[in-house]
Design a binder for this molecule. Structure first.
Ligand SMILES: *Cc1c(COP(=O)(O)O)cnc(C)c1O
Length: 421
């Protein structure tokens, strides 16, 4: 017997659920590439990406996944033999570093952990020691999708400044852009990279790079530049050159609609929605963790991302849980990756997600835990409900029953509305 028939919920941290409006925007014939509406689509997407990255700098669109944006960021700004400092907090910054090494860049990795965010003080200390200025760039991810760590990007910028170091600051926002604040100019980020298929709710296949003034200056002398990724090639007057060939039209139609949806909701509301959905997820996990088998991978609550949560599972193969959730209940959860392969599962709360999708996903996790006899505290979903009630109160309602009225479930949850007693 299975209960999976009906709409499947994709709760993996990318690709994420594509809104119907975005799918519909792509469902049209191809159009002329040298003139007409497509040129306006490009112009408006490049412009609106600056609003998303929060920069006055330049933006570039690549027909590539996130790895393409990584290569574009490196090859446009660096030269063979340059040293970069990689700040790990999981899988992705070291992977970016591996790519840099393959291009002839000297890669130095700071000691790192999947359980702790990057330590700005250690970054400051390392950069202070680099009196010769050998380090040309610092590479970090805002949210590591394997560990679910959210790094404090402004604090790392302050560390670079405190050391008086001139390295370019390059930030991978692939799993964080449009899910939490990212202030490229205000935070002194020189290069930002992202992909289409996570917070931006568009199918995989597009990626984006934003470059500030210092990065554009470095570009002038970078010797790793290659024709396909080269910013200068893409700056030319010919629209065709902006993509180094045929534009990925349908993905652009989808992106245009996704950007419209984000601005319609308003970025602050988008961030707040993610925060609340993530908090509800964390409340549920905290309850389940009382059974002793599950725990948060990220130790510091302040470093837990609002786009994805990695849950460690001890004594059981997470694949069992994922199989039950998918095959019986129709929810696809994320597997553990990198160092957490076979040790964890991931719940995404990223992009086009809302309360029923999260309650459904969390309900299925709790169902799966129970069905498989994995020890867990009961009432995780109730804790998520209480979180929503607390986060989105009904206007004008101020009585003590605001969290759902009297009853056993309410008694089990922490008090949320003190007034009125
Ligand atoms: C998904 C992801 C990548 C890789 O993106 P691809 O599109 O798979 O190449 C890189 N960094 C982070 C933080 C990611 O989440």
């Amino acid at each position: 017997m299975t209960l999976r028939h009906g709409r499947e919920f994709l709760a993996i941290p990318g690709p994420t659920t594509v809104p119907d409006e975005v799918l519909q925007a792509m469902h049209r014939p191809a159009i002329e590439i040298y003139a007409g509406a497509l040129l306006d689509t490009t112009t408006s997407c490049l412009e609106d990406l600056r609003r998303i990255f929060k920069t006055e700098g330049r933006t570039y669109i690549y027909a590539a996944n996130g790895h393409g944006a990584w290569e574009a960021a490196l090859s446009n700004t660096l030269s063979r033999g340059d040293r970069v400092l990689v700040l790990g907090s999981g899988l992705f910054a070291p992977a970016w570093g591996e790519m840099a090494a393959s291009q002839g860049i000297t890669v130095e990795e700071m000691p790192a952990s999947y359980r702790h965010a990057v330590d700005p003080a250690a970054v400051e200390e390392r950069l202070r020691a680099d009196t010769a200025g050998e380090i040309k760039a610092v590479l970090v991810v805002q949210v590591d999708t394997a560990s679910s760590i959210a790094n404090d990007i402004p604090a790392i910028r302050r560390a670079i400044d405190a050391a008086g170091h001139g390295a370019l600051f390059m930030v991978d926002a692939i799993a964080s852009l449009a899910t939490m604040p990212f202030e490229m100019d205000a935070w002194g980020i020189d290069v930002g990279v992202t992909g289409s298929q996570k917070g931006l709710m568009t199918p995989p296949g597009l990626s984006f790079v934003a470059a500030g003034k210092r990065a554009l200056d470095a570009h002038e002398s970078a010797d790793l530049r290659t024709f396909y990724w080269d910013w200068t090639q893409r700056e030319g007057p010919r629209h065709y050159n902006k993509y180094c060939g045929t534009p990925p039209e349908h993905l652009l139609f989808g992106l245009r609609k996704a950007l419209d949806l984000l601005f319609e909701e308003g970025l602050p509301a988008v961030f707040e929605r993610h925060r609340i959905l993530a908090e509800a997820t964390r409340r549920a996990i905290a309850v389940w963790a009382q059974g002793g088998a599950l725990s948060f991978n990220v130790l510091d609550p302040a470093a837990r991302a609002n786009s994805v949560t990695t849950v460690l599972l001890e004594g059981r193969d997470p694949a069992e849980l994922l199989r039950y959730a998918e095959n019986v209940c129709g929810v696809v959860l994320g597997i553990g990756i990198g160092d957490l392969t076979d040790k964890a599962f991931r719940i995404a709360h990223m992009g086009h997600v809302n309360a029923p999708m999260m309650l459904g996903t969390l309900g299925v996790v709790e169902t799966s835990l129970a069905a498989l006899g994995i020890p867990h505290g009961k009432g995780g979903v109730q804790a998520a409900i209480d979180c929503f009630v607390e986060a989105v109160p009904v206007a004008g309602r101020n009585d003590s029953a605001g969290s759902g009225g009297p009853g056993p479930a309410r008694a089990a949850a922490p008090a949320v509305n003190a007034p009125g007693e």
